[in-house]
Design a protein around this ligand. Structure first.
Ligand code: CO
Length: 465
């Protein structure tokens, strides 16, 4: 039994390199060939693909899933799912989470990878339960970061809780690419010793250390690695599938991939990559190594987002100051891992702190909600003085945030009855109301393209998964 490989180019690959713009036609064409490659699974859905399909490509994400499923007969299909946030930006009630798991599995997903930015397992409980209920395989991902509280002991304890919660496997999710080889070895050895679950490693080549980290992880017993087919590998994406297949060939870790299928897909993916390089969506910078990530522990997507925000404010001269402010805000907030949505919240607050000339003079609403406990448990205690400055003596909730939400699927169905023609449509509308309603009205010929109103909830953030 060699190391298993999950191919991520059709989800994280293009999300990390060119803002998730690969079209369904491109995805389906390559998925069909790669179905013969012998992967353990292919990650093809979830994350930002759902939003991006409707917002930028005028495509139905559910159609993409069904089409990929129809051409993939051998390989498991995997998606990324943000626990109680599903694929959106707020907490949804349990019945919406349940319906989303049900419909994802019904339409073709085999493995749902769930994670919570705060590693608050209460935010994953429902997604795990529903995935299992509808016959899916459920993987829980631990959001990896470094801080005084995010130690090997912390992650080992979390892994044991994940096993108790009923996960089928554990993923160490290093969205920033900051996991170092020795830490990976120690972490995987410790989790292996304390749980029986298969372990998968997901990291990014951003900092230039990822290949070494994967190798150390494999030698420590890591069962599955996430890689990208070479045209989309490296830089802010995952390491190369072909490189790992070559390096591990003939060893006890041999992933045994079918190179014919891979070679058939390479030129097609290369052409797709060239298209996005030429149209400017793929910034060559995303393909190179960025050592600042290890210094500031800030994910690559956050750095480019930060630059965009500062450019818009004509304040690029404050870049270094903001970079230094990010770890301070993170400390004030109890060291949340910098993954969506916390990466955007901490990043924006850091920009405000520097531009206003006074820390927390202006505070983003999401940070206020966070301090009220609405996102879940703080990884470490928050700074009491700063909390007092922002929310005074307000009560902080300690129950599972979704316990405060009433069932909402039926009322959403009623609300959208004029637009939605299926439960899938209702879910699209629930997650991205204005984008989905405009998209669906066009799809069902209720409005013409040119009548479509200008999008009013433009996302100015890079999503980091
Ligand atoms: Co990722």
């Amino acid at each position: 039994m060699g190391v298993k490989i999950v191919e991520t180019s059709l989800r994280d690959g293009h999300q990390s390199l060119f803002a998730t713009r690969m079209t369904t036609e491109e995805v389906v064409k390559m998925a069909k060939i790669l179905d013969n490659a012998g992967y353990y699974a292919m990650e093809v859905w979830g994350g930002a693909t759902f939003d991006s399909a409707m917002r930028f490509l005028n495509e139905d994400p559910w159609d993409r899933l069904r089409e990929v499923r129809s051409v993939c007969k051998k390989t498991k299909l995997q998606m990324l799912f943000r626990g109680q946030n599903i694929l959106g930006y707020r907490h949804y009630s349990d019945d919406v989470v349940d319906m989303f798991c049900k419909k994802s599995i019904e339409n073709g997903i085999d493995i749902i990878r769930v994670f919570d930015a705060l590693n608050d397992l209460r935010n994953l409980k429902k997604a795990v339960e529903s995935t299992k209920k509808y016959g899916g395989e459920c993987q829980i991902a631990l959001s990896y970061t470094t801080s005084p509280v995010h130690t090997i002991e912390y992650y080992t304890k979390l892994a044991k809780e994940v096993e108790m919660l009923g996960a089928d496997s554990i993923c160490i999710k290093d969205m920033a690419g900051v996991l170092l080889p020795n830490d990976a070895k120690e972490l995987i050895t410790s989790i292996k010793k304390n749980t029986k679950l298969p372990i998968e490693l997901h990291s990014h080549s951003t900092a230039g250390v990822c290949e070494l980290t994967y190798m150390a992880a494999i030698e420590a017993g890591c069962d599955i690695i996430d890689t990208c087919l070479s045209p989309l590998s490296g830089g802010t994406a995952q390491p190369s599938t072909q490189a790992f297949n070559t390096v591990l060939k003939g060893t006890k870790y041999d992933p045994n991939l079918n190179l014919d299928a891979i070679h058939e897909c390479e030129p097609i993916m290369d052409k797709v990559k060239t298209k996005y390089l030429e149209n400017g969506l793929l910034n060559p910078k995303a393909l190179s190594v960025n050592p600042n990530i290890l210094k500031y522990q800030v994910p690559g997507g956050m750095l480019s987002n930060l630059m965009n925000q500062l450019k818009a404010q004509n304040a690029m001269d404050k870049y270094d100051e903001v970079l230094k402010e990010i770890p301070r805000v993170r400390k004030d907030m109890g060291y949340p891992p910098l993954v969506t949505p916390l990466s955007q919240m901490v990043g924006t607050q850091s920009v405000l702190n520097v531009l206003m000339g006074e820390r927390y003079k202006m505070v983003v609403n999401e940070i206020k909600d966070y301090l009220h406990g609405k996102y879940g448990k703080f990884p470490a205690p928050v700074d009491e003085n700063i909390k007092k400055k922002i929310i005074g003596d307000d009560e902080v909730i300690t129950v599972r945030p979704a316990d405060l939400l009433k069932p909402e699927f039926e009322s959403l169905k009623e609300k959208y009855k004029d637009i939605a023609r299926s439960d899938e449509d209702v879910l699209s509308l629930a997650l991205f109301e204005s984008v989905a309603s405009e998209f669906l009205m066009k799809k069902y010929d209720m409005i013409k393209d040119e009548e479509a109103k200008k999008d009013d909830e433009i996302i100015s953030f890079n999503l980091i998964f």
